[in-house]
Design a protein around this ligand. Structure first.
Ligand code: 5GP
Ligand code: MN
Length: 317
């Protein structure tokens, strides 16, 4: 079984680097920190390296302050990559993969199985669910802090247990995490009742200038550099904004285009029942899940937007 092989390889390794995707989110951070806190508790040397800053709302998680940026001393005998569908998602820290054993743990249906060992479970709601199974099987003691990391991964990737990736197993794991001491109301307050005024200004713009196409089945939000500047919001503040566009009753496909600080255009795709945005995002070099996907492209934001909307019309023919 792959899980036994993964555990064996972790046990045989002494210096472990944990990598995850750029623009970290609740699941990439929650699963990375849960694994980090677990393996260091059994005496492993480990480090988490992520290309971008940790969003402020996730900094309460245990060891979040130990996450480093790309430049670190390369002394590792094992790389564990979490929540990343392909090597390009890891950004510059993919340089640590060269010549190493790679464990790839993920739940994206579009995962390219780039690891030496691959544990890819598209039915898992979050990578945190898979990490939970691994540390449980390793008989590692799950304390409140580790449980909090896992709980955050599950809560954020299921949209607070509302998306169709939420299964009885998701609730079962969440319930066990509460037994380990997680205070769910505290977690919800720290993540969802903790947003900045700058983000609210950005949301205001997003809602006021939302566009609709195709009999209001397509909704579109555009966030330019100017909007970030005017509101004072950061890249990380875009998380969740597309939900306003998706949640409208007529909408079947929501799109968000933003100019990210690295100069690329980030596209977010969300759908309800029928449209597979993993496949649609694939047309632009991206991917993700059936109802939530993303892509990163270069070019002028309005040209990119027009191109994507033109193609999106084809989904409704
Ligand atoms: P978001 O729209 O919240 O950034 O991402 C939604 C989903 O799409 C996530 O599961 C994420 O992993 C995936 N995703 C986001 N951006 C990209 C990207 O640039 N490339 C690929 N392949 N997937 C992405
Ligand atoms: Mn995830």
């Amino acid at each position: 079984m792959i899980i036994s092989e993964i555990i064996k390889l972790i046990k045989e390794s002494d210096n472990i680097i944990i990598l995850s995707h750029t623009a970290p989110d609740g699941d990439s951070l929650g699963s990375s920190l849960a694994l980090y806190n677990s393996i260091t508790s059994i005496g492993k040397e480990a480090e988490i390296v992520i290309d971008d800053e940790v969003p402020v709302i996730y900094r309460f998680l245990k060891s979040a302050d130990k996450i480093s940026c790309v430049d670190t001393i390369d002394k590792f005998d094992l790389v564990i990559v979490l929540d990343s569908s392909e090597i390009a998602r890891i950004g510059k820290s993919s340089k640590y993969l060269t010549g190493k054993n790679i464990i790839n743990i993920d739940h994206h249906i579009s995962n390219t199985n780039f690891g030496t060992l691959n544990m890819v479970r598209p039915n898992a709601a979050a990578t945190a669910e898979i990490v939970y199974q691994i540390i449980k099987k390793m008989n590692i003691k799950i304390d409140k802090e580790i449980a909090q990391c896992l709980y955050v991964g599950i809560v954020t990737d299921t949209g607070k247990f509302q998306y169709n990736n939420t299964t009885f197993e998701t609730h079962q794991i969440a319930s066990e995490l509460l037994k380990y001491g997680v205070d769910s109301a505290e977690i919800f307050r720290l993540i969802y009742q903790n947003i900045t005024k700058a983000k609210i200004k950005l949301i205001g713009h997003a809602i006021n200038y939302m566009e609709f196409y195709c009999d209001e089945k397509i909704s579109v939000i555009v966030l330019t550099k100017e909007q970030f500047y005017k509101s004072g919001a950061k890249d990380e503040d875009t998380e969740g904004i597309i939900d306003f566009a998706r949640d409208i009753n007529t909408v079947e496909l929501a799109l968000l285009f933003r100019e990210s600080k690295d100069g690329n255009i980030k596209i977010s795709f969300r759908s309800k029942d029928n449209i597979n945005v993993n496949l649609f995002a694939g047309e632009f070099g991206g991917g993700g899940h059936k109802s939530a996907a993303g892509a990163t492209v270069s070019g002028d934001i309005l040209t990119v937007k027009k191109n994507v909307i033109d193609k999106a019309f084809g989904l409704f023919r």
